[in-house]
Design a protein around this ligand. Structure first.
Ligand SMILES: [Zn+2]
Length: 169
């Protein structure tokens, strides 16, 4: 039996004792019934206080779950706006923009955070972007996942261009 049912049972017993009072004939009988009634009412009070605490805890849990659900619903309704792309470097990330060049300069979102935490975390370059870098290392500030994004302003170094393709002119 749960706390609530037990409390109702106690109240029923207490009211049947009260109903029996006018049938009592002696002070001794009344005193006995008062003791019986007290033995019901004191634990009942403790039980109701306990139920009140549980009720507060339940309300907190409901509120937390409601907020979580709201966040998730919001996330699910925005999710289709983002798509997973793969860079020339082989790294993957989510993006919101359409027809982008898939190079540095646009916000790219961490795949781990997107899939595992339902959150958007923008990749940040780990160092200043230099022209000679073909791919730029980026890191997620939340989960520290690293990816390589092709550099939009890539210009090969003159001194290290032995392996670069021969110009066509
Ligand atoms: Zn991340």
């Amino acid at each position: 039996m749960n706390e609530f049912m037990m409390a109702i049972e106690s109240i029923k017993t207490a009211s049947s004792i009260l109903n029996s009072f006018n049938k009592l004939k002696s002070l001794a009988e009344v005193q006995l019934k008062v003791v019986e009634l007290t033995n019901i009412i004191i634990p009942l009070q403790a039980r109701i206080e306990q139920m009140s605490i549980q009720q507060t805890e339940s309300n907190d849990t409901i509120l937390k779950l409601r907020n979580k659900n709201l966040k998730l619903t919001d996330w699910e309704s925005n999710k289709p706006k983002y798509k997973l792309i793969t860079f020339k470097s082989g790294s993957s990330a989510y993006t919101k923009e359409e027809n982008i060049s898939l190079t540095t300069g646009s916000p790219y979102y961490c795949q781990n955070c997107y899939n595992n935490s339902n959150s958007l975390s923008v990749y940040q370059p780990v160092a200043a972007i230099e022209k000679y870098m073909e791919n730029v290392k980026h890191s997620c500030p939340v989960c520290h996942n690293n990816i390589y994004i092709p550099n939009a302003n890539y210009k090969p170094h003159n001194s290290s261009n032995q392996n670069s393709p021969v110009p066509k002119w």
